[in-house]
Design a protein around this ligand. Structure first.
Ligand code: M6R
Length: 615
């Protein structure tokens, strides 16, 4: 998510501002909307920060220009989660006395109650961020006589959520203190200088020796060295120094050859973070949907396929049909036909897709409607036209092919569906609990799959390398998986695919099938399974090569298939409903390895842009 960097040095003839600026430039690839740098010099903090691109801010503010002799700097690239991307919300954040500076990566979940407590004690807040409570908490503890280290320990013990934080204090000019829980933090050691960062590339040209902080660890950094402590016990811990032999390109990708592969592997954590989206936000969507007469769902590309899965889940619990309309068709199809009191769910990873924005802008003017947006980008254009917004917590997605954002979008739609079921009372409490348990298991199921089934996918790809045309077939909710899995192969491996209803395929597409034609069937054991078997047989009888995506204990589709990809999840209705989340990583990986096998760059598919801002 956010990028953080810190440096403390006793090296002579260096420009601390230049070091910090170059470090955050190396973190740019993570995606960000604002940045800032602070130096701690001669009992004063010097800050430069703003929203926008680093180069533009540098032109205006000269980000490398800080008082000569500064030996401590903290720097940050912000990816907004709490509060819009503005100068005020950019990091660093300070306490009331302007002595403590903090940069932070992660989310402090209980920040509202902490902020209320601190306000009651007289603390004044400048920003809307969760981060700003940290310097004020430290200040509050120090006012009781605690030293900086103990005050930080006490502060983080009060915070729930995820954090990688870096702190400096004007009264402590000889150290920087860092703490980690769930958000990455690494410490780099050089002669006479010590660095910390959210990501190794930030300091890679400066040193290749580093320590990796574990959860609930604190480090006190001094020039050329660091001491580590357990946050819970305050005991000193010893850590191994690691030698980094990656180049900068590999380091940016976390050791993966491509962003797409890295982002597929980030899906379990993206889901875990998204499961923590505030319940009030989900409730606001559910209430708006329940009180609307008509409900539409609109999006483009992968986000549209997420909406197909979500439409299925919400319709099931709502007992009313949701219409999914591609955003580019929304206005045309609903011209003069959009009723008042409608709710429109709009989904966009970027929040900037022009067709999606046009659809909701038009709808707002055409009728009395509520716009409910789901996006991965706080403050994106789409949010300006929305009555309610939910931000998925996938983190920046660099690969052009959407992967981790897809699973988080479906997860949010499932949470909304379950909230509707609870509010309508259409499912018993026990049933809802079973669905929720299955939902919370989705990250583990994907993690388990990614840890063991890569060889199988690579072998499938080896056997398919020469194929140029594919069918991805399914029934029911899995049609969304077929379309999205197929889209991945189409966009990054440049193969022609048809993602289609397995039932409908016999009305035309089946005429293409010849010996060895690859057909991928998505076959969770839900209510469509028995009929899908019939479809598998139809295609097998015509010589199709059957590759199926099934649950671990599957037998019938397995017996008909040439190859199966097995997802280790219980064969019951709770998990079947969530299979659009747990089955898709296999197809994303298939597309990824196929793209690599045929010599294409999966991160840069031809003719495609990450954000489509033209009609
Ligand atoms: O940012 P959005 O979710 O609105 O983007 C929509 C599509 O452009 C996007 O999903 C596109 O289809 C991707 N290349 C899919 O991988």
């Amino acid at each position: 998510m956010c990028g953080i960097f810190g440096v403390i040095t006793n090296q002579e003839d260096i420009s601390i501002g230049k070091i910090a600026l170059e470090a955050i430039k190396r973190l740019e690839y993570r995606g960000y909307d604002s940045c800032g740098i602070v130096t701690n010099y001669n009992g004063e903090l010097f800050i430069k920060k703003d929203s926008g691109k680093i180069d533009e801010i540098h032109k205006r503010l000269k980000l490398d220009d800080f008082p000569e002799g500064s030996k401590i700097a903290l720097a940050h690239t912000r990816w907004a989660t709490h509060g819009a991307p503005t100068k005020i919300n950019s990091h660093p954040h300070l306490d009331c006395s302007n002595k403590i500076a903090v940069v932070h990566n992660g989310i402090i979940e209980n920040f509202m109650e902490l902020r209320n407590e601190l306000r009651a004690k007289g603390h004044i807040f400048q920003s809307e961020t969760d981060t700003e409570i940290i310097p004020h908490l430290i200040e509050e503890f120090m006012s009781t006589g605690l030293d900086l280290k103990t005050a930080i320990l006490e502060s983080v013990r009060k915070c729930t959520g995820a954090y990688g934080i870096v702190v400096c204090h004007t009264d402590y000019p000889d150290c920087i203190i860092v703490v980690r829980k769930e958000s990455p933090l690494v410490v780099g050691i050089d002669n006479g200088a010590t660095y910390c960062a959210s990501d190794i590339p930030a300091f890679l040209p400066l040193t290749r020796q580093c320590y990796i902080l574990d959860d609930d660890e604190m480090a006190i950094l001094r020039p050329g060295g660091a001491k580590f402590f357990d946050v819970k016990t305050n005991d000193e811990v010893s850590k191994n120094l690691i030698q980094i032999d990656w180049n900068i390109d590999a380091a940016e990708k976390g050791g993966y050859p491509h962003f797409m592969l890295k982002e597929i592997h980030e899906e379990p954590d993206a889901l875990r973070r998204t499961l923590k989206v505030p319940e009030e936000d989900i409730k606001a969507f559910a209430e708006a949907i329940l009180s609307a007469d008509n409900i539409y769902i609109t999006a483009a590309g992968t986000s549209f396929y997420a909406s197909l899965a979500g439409k299925f889940i919400i319709t099931k619990f709502l007992g009313k049909y949701l219409q999914a309309i591609e955003c580019s068709e929304f206005k045309t199809q609903l011209s003069n036909a959009l009723p008042d009191n409608s709710a429109i769910i709009a989904i966009s990873q970027s929040g900037e897709t022009v067709d999606t924005i046009e659809a909701i802008r038009w709808a707002k003017n055409a009728a009395n409607v509520k716009i409910l947006s789901i996006t991965n980008i706080v403050g994106s254009s789409m949010t300006r036209y929305s009555d309610h917004v939910i931000v998925t917590r996938a983190g920046p997605e660099i690969g052009v092919a959407a992967t981790k954002t897809y699973v988080t979008q479906v997860l949010i739609l499932a949470l909304i569906g379950l909230k509707i079921a609870t509010m309508k009372g259409v499912e018993s409490e026990d049933e809802i609990n079973e669905y929720c348990r299955a939902l919370r298991k989705t990250p583990d199921i994907i993690e388990n799959f990614l840890s063991k089934d890569i060889d199988l996918i690579q072998n499938i790809v080896k056997n398919l390398e020469k194929s140029h045309n594919f069918f991805f077939l399914a029934r029911g909710i899995s049609i969304a998986t077929a379309k999205e899995g197929g889209l991945k192969l189409k966009e990054i491996a440049c193969r022609f695919i048809e993602g289609y209803s397995a039932a409908h395929a016999k009305h035309g597409p089946i005429s293409l099938v010849r010996d060895g034609f690859p057909i991928i069937f998505i076959a969770p054991p839900d209510g469509t399974y028995e009929r899908l078997i019939g479809n598998v047989m139809e295609f097998k009888a015509r010589g199709g090569k059957i590759i199926s995506l099934v649950v671990e204990e599957d037998k019938k589709v397995t017996d008909l298939s040439d190859v199966t990809i097995r997802i280790d999840q219980p064969a019951n209705k709770y998990y079947n409903l969530l299979s659009p989340i747990t089955f898709i990583p296999a197809l994303q990986l298939l597309a990824y390895y196929y793209s690599v096998a045929v010599g294409l760059d999966p991160d840069k598919p031809q003719n495609l842009a990450k954000t489509v801002t033209v009609h």
